[in-house]
Ligand binder design. Sequence first.
Ligand SMILES: [Zn+2]
Length: 288
Amino acid sequence: MHYIIMDLEWNNTYARRIKGFINEVIEVGAVMLDENLEYVDEFSRIVRSQIGKKLRGNVKRLTHITNDEVRHGEPFTKVMSEFKAWIGDEENVVLTWGDGDIRVLIENYRYLNGLQILPFLTNYMDIQRYFQIKKEIPKSKQIGLFAAAELVGVDAEDFAHHRALDDSIMTAECMRRVFDKNDFFDHIVVCDDAFYQKLQYKPHAIGNINHPLVDKSLLSFTCDKCGTKGEQLTDWRYGNQFFRANFHCPVCDYDVRVAVRFKKYFDRLETKKNVSIISNEKVKKGAD
Ligand SMILES: [Zn+2]
């Protein structure tokens, strides 16, 4: 088993054919570890830009890659076929810090080669996600690679920041520090059709109240002071991801605004319900 820890540098550029912006890969770096997490080999290539003519200022500043280097790089297709050959036939897992690099690669393959899948990819793991689980960092707070390195005592100063190979070596160091054979393998995913569908799925709020996933029982209000079922004052209106309606508790005599969101993810539905009191103040003021 080989671990392929990969990192990319990319340049955001306008792509005429799709009339939109694309993150064009300009550098591919990777380090290969064996099953004992020992260093085996490394891979580093600059990719010749085919979509963008010039690197953005922030890319030049961060990476220190120059326009001249990118002009003299190898074409994307050649780099990726060399990468596939370098990975070889040994069973492997490709790991990246967050899944952004994988998304960018899919975008590049599609634009430049017309391919919908990554030919070198059989097993994948988001090592940032695993790192956060092991370090008990909530999903909502994504930790950057340098912060992660510091957290586990890897001296980030030893690395050339924002260069693909150095970032991949630093990622490998972070992986070594949190690797736990008891749960590591549970986080490896097979790159089948569902993998690509899930990766490209755009989570969205459901806006049609008659959608089968809309649980009508949540579109209600029960007063938490007295337990009475509230009277609905207004129709449900959808806007800004939420269905909203006003309710009244006849016992306690106050009004609330109820907001419910049904958010669809690839393999789950997330519901959120907010209740806020709207009328107590108004009622009092009106009575004065
Ligand atoms: Zn009540």
